[in-house]
Write a protein that binds this ligand. Structure first.
Ligand code: HEM
Length: 146
């Protein structure tokens, strides 16, 4: 399959992760401040299915997109690994509370996931030509000849 298609998949999946972390912060804060069980359910569904699914697809698509660029495949694997650790740092439902200093890392690591996903998204955007590099700025208007 065309590497460009894989790069698009990486771009779309990392965008979902980046937006997802913002949504997750909103839902969990809504829950803690009294929005009710629906907000926690939404956080759980997005956190247990949407975001991990997007992390897995990012890694698989990265293998196709960046065959000869191990660094980006490695970073995509790191995202998958970090994402898994981050989820397991959340307090499990029914678990007795009291390990807050450890579970606090769940929220902190979400920010690391966000930054790493954004870095990979940026790489995919550059490869797809979706962002103008410095060389592209004003490329259509060359300076007048002396
Ligand atoms: C990548 C983003 C995130 C993912 C994938 C994620 C995933 C999850 C999952 C799956 C659970 C449910 C665990 C269970 O009950 O078995 C959970 C719970 C929780 N998450 Fe997140 N989360 C994310 C971001 C955040 C952020 C940014 C915060 C805080 C700022 C946060 C705070 C919490 C809290 C406090 C709970 C426990 C809620 C409770 O049961 O009382 N999460 N998360």
């Amino acid at each position: 399959m065309n590497t460009r298609i894989f790069t698009w998949v990486v771009f779309v999946m990392t965008t979902i992760i980046v937006l997802g972390v913002f949504v997750q912060a909103y839902f969990i804060t809504a829950y803690v401040t009294g929005a009710g069980a629906g907000a926690l359910d939404a956080h759980r569904v997005i956190g247990a299915m949407v975001i991990p699914g997007a992390e897995l697809l990012t890694f698989l698509a990265a293998i196709g997109a960046w065959r000869s660029r191990g660094t980006w495949i490695g970073l995509s694997f790191l995202l998958l690994l970090l994402g898994a650790v981050q989820i397991f740092l959340a307090p499990m439902s029914g678990e007795e509370r009291g390990n807050g200093w450890v579970h606090g890392l769940h929220g902190l690591f979400a920010l690391v996931v966000l930054v790493l996903a954004a870095v990979i998204m940026h790489r995919a955007m550059a490869d797809l030509g979706l962002k103008r590099g410095r060389a592209g700025v004003g490329a259509g208007t060359p300076p007048p000849a002396p």
